[in-house]
Design a protein around this ligand. Structure first.
Ligand code: GCW
Length: 671
């Protein structure tokens, strides 16, 4: 059966009512005996049982037909949809003569087609419409969990997790009952996600053993996710041959090391035949890697790719490699340059099943960064772009910050100018990956409204050109199925612009950070200024920002192709929102908006804090219209958001008033 509702856990975007339209029909399923097709049958049966529809037998008339093209006896309405080649995960969807038809070549497509019908609700059963082909734009749509088995002394159980403990492990062992994992798989499948890496990329001693003597735990999780078309991936420690295999080296060119990985990987596939592959953070923030042996990251990645290739697996090799022990006095080292400096020269050297996983920005998941130039620099490499659904730097699921608009901008960015390829197109053969925001919290994501980010990630990975406001609208319709116009309108009012609001009250004009070191929550303007982490703003009495130009700075702008290499180089053409990422400018520098930098800082911080207060006011309109417990949870978090936004406003404004001595043109209160 399906895992529709876990007692005590919020159903997120799949409450029973979301299935009303589909569940009241007569539904015919023509499929094979695969596990995923079995899921489709169970889903249909469950929805029909709840809402009074019926599963009909072949030959009978249905209002909805879900068919595999390989099934025999396709009814006439289905025949009309043939010949469109939806591919391994796609489907054809149309309505003809009053019958809604989903036709797929493979069971996964049928499952995704079913959820598309659910999403459309009554609209899927209105007027006829011609068959449309739906195919995912990106090949792998993956969530990475930063879950540990043990509770880490500093990071907790889930690194950068804001939703409680892990849904996979508790007290050092897997949860006794994994139905929650299955429910998670179901939620993800409904958005189009097809891969999950279950453990933290910082692989500590206990978690390293998931690869060997704790493999059964991975297999158990894989068994819960498989019915929803999701493959399991594992983060592995590069030094495993030493730590687990008793070898004296992890050198990727050493025959003994290579043989160890080949054997170990073979055993993984004996246990989990559809295992997805490995995720690796190497030579990054203290994790071991190939540099210790004088080898390149292509050598490292290819060794694992070779071990995985016979079994059809892939290695996701992360490009997040930089010097986290730099000297703040040294102005020539620029952390933003690091990934491109390390990886661009390796283009063409990676195996086809080695996927380079690149964070969307050159720094680290900031609310605003330029797009990583690595994505443009490696045409002969399969690239995956990495986003962060967990809101490490965007309010940690205490603040409302709907990230759909940010990701949509990232995916639609064109490195080579108008009309040229988008980031989503460049990453099509690799994928879109994000750090999950899910934990064992009853709302899954701590902040109930943060569920929308998880939903939007899957939808954008499937179709990057969807309008983020339309995705939010889908999410609202599914999650609050009885919701009236007040609910819908108010949620849009609060969430549509929430990323922009967050950006306004935090670090200005793309300069980034200014967060409290370590946990990264709340303001601390100089918190990282004299640290080894490479995240500086260089504010002094005259100006602020990082000079990354070729003319006078670190030369980072030169890592972009034209036109962006020129646009970013130029103070007057650089987009305002990134000005301080690329340039060090005087406080009186006039932005393209016509405002000076210092006045912009004051204005946006007053506005941002005011908007946060406006969100809380808007939410109060929904008292009585949404579930009281959910109402209270959001309300309590909005109190914290308002408090924190004021703290940001006052610290940032006070800091820059003291540095610059320039008063606010509007005479507002700065401390
Ligand atoms: O954003 C940073 C986080 C680290 C994280 C690292 C990474 C898993 O602060 O906690 O480590 O990025 O992406 O590897």
């Amino acid at each position: 059966g399906i895992q529709a509702n876990v007692p005590g856990v919020h159903p997120a975007w799949l409450p029973p009512d979301a299935f009303r339209a589909a569940g009241t029909r007569r539904v015919l399923v023509l499929a094979d005996d695969s596990e995923v097709a079995g899921t489709v049958r169970a889903e249909v049966a469950d929805a029909c049982e709840r809402h009074g529809g019926a599963v009909v037998a072949p030959g009978a008339a249905g209002d909805l037909v879900l068919a595999l093209s390989t099934a025999g006896d396709l009814p006439p309405a289905v025949q009309a949809s043939r010949g469109q080649e939806p591919g391994p995960e796609g489907f054809v969807l149309g309505r003809r003569d009053g019958v809604t038809v989903v036709l797929a070549d493979h069971p996964a497509g049928l499952l995704y087609g079913w959820f598309e019908v659910v999403r459309r609700g009554a609209a899927a059963f209105g007027e006829d419409w011609p068959a449309e082909v739906h195919r995912p734009a990106l090949r792998r749509r993956m969530l990475d969990h930063w879950d540990n088995i043990d509770v880490h002394p500093v990071m907790g159980q889930v690194e950068r997790g804001y939703s409680g403990g892990s849904i996979f492990w508790r007290d050092g062992v897997p949860h006794e009952d994994l139905t929650r994992v299955r429910a998670y798989g179901r939620l993800l499948a409904a958005t189009g996600v097809n891969a999950v890496a279950i453990n933290n990329v910082n692989v500590h001693a206990t978690e390293a053993r998931l690869l060997t003597d704790r493999l059964a735990e991975v297999a158990a999780i894989a068994a819960e996710l498989r019915p929803y078309g999701i493959r399991v991936h594992l983060s592995v420690n590069f030094a495993s041959p030493i730590a687990l295999g008793g070898l004296d080296s992890a050198d990727p060119l050493d025959e003994g090391v290579r043989a160890w990985w080949a054997r170990t990987t073979e055993r993984v596939y004996e246990t989990i035949p559809d295992f997805g592959g490995y995720v690796v953070k190497a030579d990054s923030e203290g994790q071991p890697g190939p540099f210790a042996y004088g080898r390149s990251h292509a050598d490292g990645a290819n060794m694992l790719a070779d071990a995985l290739a016979p079994h059809g697996g892939v290695v996701h090799w992360r490009a997040f490699v930089y010097d986290h022990r730099q000297d703040w006095r040294d102005r020539s080292t620029d952390r933003a340059r690091a990934a491109h400096d390390h990886f661009a020269p390796l283009d063409g050297l990676f195996r086809d099943n080695a996927i380079l996983q690149v964070k969307y920005g050159p720094m680290d998941f900031q609310p605003r960064e330029p797009i990583s130039p690595v994505i443009a620099a490696m045409p002969a490499t399969r690239l995956a772009v990495e986003l962060q659904v967990t809101q490490e730097y965007t309010g940690q699921q205490r603040h409302v910050c709907y990230l759909g608009p940010m990701w949509s901008e990232v995916l639609g960015f064109r490195f080579w100018g108008p009309g040229e390829r988008t980031v989503a197109e460049v990453a099509a053969r690799g994928g879109l990956v994000a750090v999950s925001n899910v934990g064992d919290d009853p709302y899954w994501t701590g902040h109930p409204l943060a569920q929308a980010n998880l939903y939007a990630f899957g939808r954008l990975a499937w179709a990057p050109d969807l309008d983020p406001a339309a995705i939010l609208d889908e999410w609202i319709g599914l999650t609050f199925p009885g919701g009236d116009d007040l609910v819908r309108g108010t949620l849009h009012e609060i969430m549509d612009g929430s990323w922009a609001t967050y950006e306004r009250y935090t670090a200005p004009l793309g300069v980034g950070f200014m967060v409290r070191p370590g946990h990264h929550y709340g303001p601390d303007v100089d918190g990282y200024e004299y640290t080894p982490w490479g995240t500086y703003h260089f504010a002094d009495r005259d100006g602020v920002g990082v000079d990354r130009t070729r003319a006078t700075g670190t030369g980072y702008t030169g890592q972009y192709p034209a036109p962006w290499s020129e646009v970013y180089e130029s103070r007057s053409e650089c987009p305002d929102e990134l000005l301080l990422f690329f340039h060090h400018v005087p406080y009186q520098h006039v932005l393209q908006s016509g405002t000076t930098v210092i006045q912009h800082i004051y204005d946006t911080h007053f506005a941002g804090a005011e908007e946060a207060a406006g969100m809380r006011l808007a939410w109060e309109k929904l008292a009585g219209s949404v579930d009281p417990a959910l109402y209270a949870r959001v309300r309590e978090r909005l109190d914290e958001q308002v408090r924190c936004a004021e703290e940001w406003r006052d610290q940032v404004n006070t800091y820059f008033l003291r540095k610059s001595g320039v008063p606010d043109a509007h005479g507002r209160r700065i401390y």
